[in-house]
Ligand binder design. Structure first.
Ligand code: AMP
Length: 394
């Protein structure tokens, strides 16, 4: 079975329930500080408005653990959506039942309402059938547009699909699925993966899986030091995971047996302390001083990695090349981001930090696709089938 998409389904004048991901960041005054996730659902919602559907939005926010936590209300998200979409968005915080059903029945075609945080119900995270059934009873068609939550099998993205006749993916989820397929299942070659970040442990399964798909792998960030250590280099005080040195060595061994080059840093920016103001210098990886920490890739490495990227047709990027939150150690990440944006390849970027770097540089429009999922993106890279996508295939 394959997932049906919203544009393959008749939703005209129907009641549609759309699972969105409005788990957006707030400041201490309860103001939304980044509404990207709300904006990314506009295409689906506007399409439903055009089709004169009655639109019921559901989302989670934070981790209220099945209890009503007033600070985790979705009301500000309803207000923000209303402002962006230039249309009234009703906010219904009634419990799911007859009263809510009546309110929904009174909506006019094209009207939008957002329900209260679905994680206020203990059944949500338990993927409870009763909650799924209740949610399903509110509408005729279920649309999932919450990719960032797709790696969790919960009542609002899994159980609900058992009780509603028609389920499909919205435009955001469709893009996530289709771009991912283009990049990993049917890519234009050469296909490269640029993997960075702090820990090998969180990316080990990703590396294992992509070894079977890509033409080369670039490894940067702190995780590169565990790989360098497995090759016998002295990595000074750089962050390494002792217990994963052997696994890192095994990955390199497997890659070499498959003739897949793995490019590691050849020089790094080493600092005396984990501080932006710390004295720092560029050193080759053969000469990392014992008392220094590697916090970014060096200029020769930037050239090496950039050259590989420029010669690719498809590039997937997840994870920063250094401790990029400190401007002094952001150059490697920024330069690679610019190279990816400037190249003609199909580029897919996922994961909070890489996306932050791209946004800070103002080059998001030059990336073919920026995934809205962190954990979900990594699990796709691991080759896993996401529970919410499995549910749509059912
Ligand atoms: P991850 O969540 O595993 O993708 O890791 C992202 C984090 O890795 C960011 O906060 C970076 O600051 C951090 N990071 C990347 N490179 C280094 C490095 N060389 N040393 C310490 N932290 C790093």
């Amino acid at each position: 079975m394959t997932v049906k998409y919203i544009d393959q389904i008749d939703i005209k004048n129907k009641r549609v329930i759309i699972r969105v991901d409005y788990n957006v960041p707030y400041n201490s005054s309860m103001e939304i500080t980044d509404d990207t996730r709300i904006r990314s659902t506009l295409r689906t919602i506007n399409y439903c408005v055009k089709m004169r559907s009655k639109i019921i939005l559901i989302s989670h926010l934070g981790r209220p653990k099945g209890k009503i936590v007033p600070e985790m209300t979705l009301k500000p998200a309803a207000q923000r959506l209303s402002r962006i979409i230039k249309k009234e968005v009703r906010f219904f915080n009634d419990e799911i039942g007859e009263g809510l059903q009546n309110k929904i029945d009174r909506l006019n075609p094209g009207d939008i309402c957002l329900l209260e945080n679905i994680r206020f119900y203990p059944g949500e995270e338990k993927n409870d059938d009763d909650l799924g059934k209740k949610l399903a009873s509110l509408a005729d068609v279920y649309i999932n547009d919450a990719f960032a939550a797709a790696h969790r099998g919960h009542a609002s993205n899994d159980a609900i699909t058992k009780f509603i006749k028609t389920s499909c993916a919205g435009f955001l989820l469709k893009d996530e699925i289709e771009f991912f397929k283009k990049a990993l299942e049917n890519p234009e070659k050469p296909l490269g993966a640029v993997i960075g970040g702090a820990k090998v442990s969180t990316k080990l399964n990703v590396l294992e899986n992509i070894l079977n798909k890509v033409d080369y792998i670039i490894i940067g960030g702190a995780m590169a030091f565990t790989f360098l250590k497995s090759k016998g280099y002295d990595t000074g005080k750089s962050l390494i995971e002792e217990d994963l040195i052997t696994s890192a060595g095994e990955i390199l061994h497997k890659a070499s047996k498959k003739n897949i080059p793995v490019y590691l840093p050849v020089d790094i920016v080493a600092a005396s302390e984990f501080k932006n103001e710390s004295p720092a210098k560029v050193v080759p990886v053969e000469n990392i001083p014992k008392d220094m920490i590697g916090l970014d890739i060096g200029p020769e490495t930037i050239n090496l990695f950039s050259e590989k990227i420029k010669n690719s047709k498809t590039v997937i990027w997840n994870g920063p090349m250094g401790a990029f939150e400190m401007p002094r150690f952001a150059e490697g990440t920024n330069e690679l981001a610019k190279t990816i944006a400037g190249s003609r390849c199909l580029s897919i970027v996922g994961g909070g930090d890489s996306v932050t770097a791209i946004n800070q540089l103002g080059i998001a429009d030059k990336i073919s696709y920026i995934s809205t999922g962190g954990g979900a993106f990594l699990e796709l890279l691991e080759g896993k089938k996401l529970p919410a996508i499995k549910a749509l295939e059912r």
